[in-house]
Design a protein around this ligand. Structure first.
Ligand SMILES: *Cc1c(COP(=O)(O)O)cnc(C)c1O
Length: 371
């Protein structure tokens, strides 16, 4: 079976975890401090670690002051994590349409949906590309909005010669098992806003003031103050130990992912009724390889055909505004609705070979001809 996605764990990650277990300090301590410092060097500004990417989004939203009735503009095509994080912070997710070329936020649709209650925009870097991020930042400065980039797919990607996460307002990454790098579960928040980072450092440890400082000295806070609602969202040393080793492998991971995606682009170009995203894989490190099927194809049938041939596929994503909890019947998002039943994600991970890519493409071609 060619898996849709998977982690790649070497002996180094296993040794690092054993080392933490042997030392018997499993919580948040020196490994987390080290991972944060490595990530901060990677981005060129402060990064702080949390228990998963969703927690990172939640904390970033709380830290910018999202409150009851505050609206956050977000693409409907995203993992439900983006929507749930906005709800968890007390805000209202406002589903927006996407550009067909990249499936990232359509700035024109975003501007149409800005109201006096809008507080922030959450662009989602779908599959690893940021789309028209400059226009999103232009809107944010025109209407005085904060930007929280859901960069869960984009670890390692570059935009206009700058690392994603290394510029802009706030970016949140995920280190879930199948993302570009993993720490088991995990995530980080990156920002140039020092005050915001300080706030989030406390919020991730139940709001206990300066607990991060103590834990990084392998101490605990016994005599402390709490002024805000906080959460149990910190990262453990076991997770950070994995993350530190994975970060050392990022250049190799990135180039393998980029090679696979480039090969897909070339091999699939000749299948005329498929629509590929318009992405430059010299800059983007792809987390997934999605495409748009011709409307005549029954996706469920095609996916089961491919599965019989040993090819696992995925669907990223069912539009959030169609889910019961987030349903909005009055909303029309033309591009989202046009493509959502036709999205298909092909296998992409760092242990796939280029001949696996050839096999996937030729079997996909055969199945499409038969469909
Ligand atoms: C993975 C993901 C998240 C959440 O990250 P977790 O670490 O799984 O909590 C958020 N947004 C998107 C688009 C994701 O793919």
């Amino acid at each position: 079976m060619i898996r849709l996605s998977k982690s790649s764990i070497s002996q180094a990650e296993k040794n690092a975890v054993m080392n933490v277990l042997d030392r018997e300090y499993l919580g948040m301590g020196s490994e987390v401090k080290q991972f944060e410092s490595d990530l901060s060097n990677f981005f060129g500004r402060k990064a702080i670690c949390v228990v998963n990417g969703t927690a990172g989004l939640h904390l970033a939203l709380q830290a910018i002051g999202i409150n009851k009735n505050d609206e956050v503009l977000v693409p409907s095509i995203t993992y439900v994590a983006s929507f749930q994080a906005i709800k968890a912070a007390g805000g209202i997710p406002i589903a927006c349409d996407v550009l067909k070329e990249t499936l990232t936020l359509d700035p024109k649709d975003v501007e149409k949906r800005i109201t006096k209650n809008t507080k922030a925009i959450m662009p989602v870097h779908y599959s690893g590309g940021v789309g028209d991020l400059n226009s999103i930042y232009d809107l944010a400065s025109k209407y005085k909005l904060r930007v929280i980039e859901d960069a869960a797919h984009a670890f390692g990607s570059v935009y206009k010669n700058k690392k994603v996460g290394g510029f802009g307002d706030i970016a949140c990454f995920s280190f879930d098992g199948v993302k570009n790098i993993t720490s088991g579960e995990g995530g980080c928040i990156v920002s140039g806003d020092e005050e915001l980072i300080k706030t989030i450092e406390d919020l991730r440890l139940l709001g206990v003031e300066k607990d991060t400082e103590n834990r990084f000295k392998n101490k605990r806070s016994w005599d402390f103050e709490v002024k805000n609602q906080g959460w149990r969202y910190h990262m453990s040393n076991i997770m950070a130990a994995i993350g530190i080793e994975q970060l050392k492998r990022i250049d190799s991971f990135s180039s393998i992912r980029q090679q696979i995606a480039k090969k897909y682009q070339i091999a699939l170009k000749t299948i005329s009724d498929l629509t590929l995203l318009s992405i430059d894989y010299r800059e983007v490190v792809p987390y997934i390889f999605p495409l748009i099927l011709p409307p005549r194809v029954n996706r469920t049938q095609l996916r089961s055909d491919l599965e019989k041939k040993g090819i696992e596929t995925g669907v990223h994503y069912y539009p959030n505004h169609k889910l019961t909890f987030f349903r909005n019947e009055n909303l029309t998002l033309p591009i989202t609705e046009e493509i959502s039943n036709s999205l298909l994600t092909l296998p992409l991970h760092t242990e796939m070979s280029l001949s696996d890519v050839d096999y996937v493409c030729s079997e996909l071609n055969k199945s499409l001809k038969a469909a």
